[in-house]
Write a protein that binds this ligand. Structure first.
Ligand SMILES: C[S@@+](CC[C@H](N)C(=O)[O-])C[C@H]1O[C@@H](n2cnc3c(N)ncnc32)[C@H](O)[C@@H]1O
Length: 239
């Protein structure tokens, strides 16, 4: 199967999500990223830097980055209007209207951004996880490389097939493409990666950190999602 998944399930999930505290609180994933003190190898002040979150959802990660004065401009891309409307509402309520920019777009297709636009690109349980089809994922990875500035940072949080979680999944949940399975919450297909797969997908970006983790903190549904060893926490740099 080679496709970007239907966005209808995401519209539904976003419609059902209210902007209550436990949804907009900073995700521990982005706090973990911040604690690593990883910065682009670019000679500019943080105020001049741009970051993009692909699959921004309700925008909780960008809000957290803004609260830490991480960059000058924050771009959020998502393929659902519901997500973008909620993210904009949240950013406006925090007084960030002038530094937040929301763009409707589909990762896997060409982005509208110029080459070398971003100091940081974030993909937290988003495009890498939900694009089906190797060709589409490769097209997406190429776009990430294109829009990052030389010295820029790509942070990805996605599924890990080298894990007890994946090994114990029932065959009925698995998809035809290696590493894919239906998530229990709503049957949406996810892609997980071996270490070599993820390194090869994002090459020529160079890996700085690639470690397995066991917890994600959902923007929807029950908030803590535990999968023993089932996630990759990956930080890459564009040489
Ligand atoms: C699980 S949510 C994560 C949201 C956010 N990254 C967070 O951690 O709070 C996944 C988001 O990615 C978006 N998404 C999934 N596939 C996408 C694609 N191919 N292009 C753009 N957005 C996508 C969905 O609409 C959804 O908002």
């Amino acid at each position: 199967m080679e496709s970007i998944q239907d966005f209808q399930p995401w519209e539904k999930l976003h419609r059902q999500t209210d902007l209550s505290n436990n949804r907009i609180n900073p995700s521990p994933i982005i706090l973990d990223f911040l604690s690593r003190n990883i910065f682009p190898k670019i000679n500019s002040s943080s105020k001049e830097q741009n970051c993009l979150e692909v699959g921004v959802g309700i925008g909780r990660n960008l809000i957290c980055l803004a609260e830490h004065n991480y960059c000058g401009n924050y771009f959020g891309l998502d393929h659902t209007d519901e997500a973008l409307n909620k993210a904009k509402q949240l950013a406006d309520s925090k007084g960030y209207s002038n530094i937040f920019h929301f763009v409707k777009g589909m990762a896997g297709k060409k982005f509208t951004f110029e080459n070398n636009s971003f100091d940081f690109v974030f993909d937290i349980m988003a495009a890498s996880t939900f694009i089906m089809g190797d060709n589409v994922r490769r097209a997406y990875a190429k776009e990430v490389n294109r829009i990052l500035k030389p010295g820029g940072i790509f942070f990805v949080f996605t599924g890990n097939t080298d894990s007890d979680y994946f090994n114990q999944l029932s065959e009925q949940r698995k998809g035809s493409e290696p590493g894919t399975f239906r998530r229990s919450m709503d049957g949406t297909m996810e892609k997980s990666y071996t270490k070599n797969e993820i390194l090869s997908l994002y090459a020529p970006l160079e890996s700085i950190i690639l470690e397995s983790q066991s917890h994600y903190f959902r923007a929807f549904g029950e908030q803590v999602l535990t999968r023993p060893g089932g996630f990759w926490f990956g930080i890459f740099i564009k040489a």
